[in-house]
Design a protein around this ligand. Structure first.
Ligand code: NAD
Ligand code: MG
Length: 385
């Protein structure tokens, strides 16, 4: 029986994690759940899962008596950290969104807990510190992001062989076939309609701009200790192959499956064992062609920014991430056009100097500097809508 804490329990990943935990209640006990402000949903989860601890970063005005007395409650901006310290979980699934999860990831590792990582922004912003902390703790970082889980799965039989190349697949998002001019002024509704996956709003917009794949290139760089030149991105619209690893002899290992996050979530929870997810299975007899294309840098300029950030090094990836968080939020609040997102990230990267050999505090300082610069740029006429 493994004891699991879920930070971001009410989100897309969090609810699917609870779904597979319930399916295997003989294997997983949910001991703590935390979310931002979605109190009603968290109350329902407390009733269903009876955790020892529940937490919200925004304290609700009222808590029904039955849930109030059902567990220990933690509220406030530092709720995630306090949950990590207070809970007796073996594993912490970090599925909050944005850099908000970084401190909780570091604290989980410091407390000797194993981290199941859906939340990619902490690795993008603080990859070097996070991977070093995991090594020091003697804990594997178990990837939940489907591409990284695929690579991790492909590496299971690799023994001492290092990969020659990682191939991250990408669906291409809703604008894969769109003309550049149409992408530039795509609406919120269009960006939020992903062809293959149902996810939270931030990652859905990131998928449409392909900045999600940019974040994933940086994530792969740290998770698998691979130089950026050995990480490729390949558009694969059917989302059947979740990513691939090429070895020295040219052999390519791939992981295939239906687009269902419950598989990578449950694999991280049960690794190295495989358990039934309840999801649909691939039916090769019904499958049409699997196709592949190169990403188009002129229509999706966001992807190349990952390689630039890794080339510059230091906290440039944190600057990319901070600017992107501001840009996506501005787009979702109708403050900028869709095409402005990558432009804002790029201009911020060129305006903020990175810090080398950064401490955790300096990573947060770079993040804040990027956010301030991005906000300043947003006020200029170049980003007017
Ligand atoms: P979501 O928006 O659906 O859910 C986010 C969860 O985090 C919610 O429970 C919310 O209450 C909580 N949260 C948000 N901000 C918080 C804060 N500041 N403090 C504490 N809690 C906070 O997001 P999601 O789609 O589940 O994605 C979560 C993470 O997983 C993201 O980093 C995303 O990139 C990554 N991811 C998601 C998917 C997917 O299929 N949804 C796939 C791969 C990776
Ligand atoms: Mg992914």
């Amino acid at each position: 029986m493994r004891k699991l804490a879920i930070l971001g329990a009410t989100g897309s990943i969090g609810t699917q994690a609870l779904d597979v935990a319930a399916r295997h209640s003989d294997r997983f006990a949910v001991t703590a759940i935390a979310a931002h402000s979605s109190a009603e949903k968290l109350f329902e989860q407390v009733r269903a899962f009876r955790p020892q601890i529940a937490a919200l970063t925004v304290e609700p005005e009222e808590i029904p008596a039955d849930v109030k007395n059902a567990c220990q409650w933690i509220f406030g901006p530092d709720a995630l950290l306090r949950v990590v310290r207070a809970c007796d979980a073996d594993d912490v699934l970090v599925s909050v969104v944005g850099i908000a999860g970084l401190s909780a990831v570091m604290e989980s590792l410091r407390c000797g807990k194993r981290v199941l990582l859906a939340n990619k922004e902490p690795l993008v912003a603080g990859g070097e510190l996070v991977t070093r902390a995991a090594q020091a703790a003697g804990q594997p970082l178990l990837p939940v992001d489907s591409e990284h889980s695929a690579i991790f799965q492909c590496m299971q039989g690799a023994g001492p062989n290092r990969p020659k190349r990682l191939i991250l697949t990408a669906s291409g998002g809703p604008f894969r076939t769109w003309a550049k001019e149409d992408i530039l002024c795509a609406t919120k509704e269009q960006a939020l309609k992903h062809p293959n996956w149902s996810m939270g709003r931030k990652i859905t917009v990131d998928s449409a701009s392909m900045l999600n794949k940019a974040l994933e290139v940086i994530e792969a760089r740290w998770l698998f200790d691979m130089p950026a030149e050995q990480i490729d991105v390949l558009i694969h619209p059917q989302s059947v192959i979740h990513s691939m690893v090429e070895f020295e002899d040219g052999a390519v290992m791939a992981q295939l499956g239906t687009p269902d996050m419950r598989l990578p979530i449950l694999y991280a929870m049960s690794w190295p064992e495989r358990l039934e997810t309840g999801g649909a299975r691939l039916d090769f007899s019904q499958m049409k062609a699997l196709t592949f294309e190169q990403p188009d840098p002129s229509r999706f300029p966001g992807l190349g920014l990952a390689y630039e950030a890794l080339r510059v090094g230091g906290t440039m990836s944190a600057i990319l991430n901070g600017a992107n968080e501001v840009a996506v939020d501005a787009f979702l609040h109708d403050r900028i056009h869709f095409g402005h997102i990558a432009q804002l990230v790029e201009e911020t990267m060129h305006a903020v100097a990175p810090v080398y050999h950064a401490t955790l505090d300096q990573v947060f300082e770079s993040d804040l500097a990027a956010r301030a610069k991005a906000q300043e740029l947003l006020g200029t006429s170049r980003f007017a809508v």
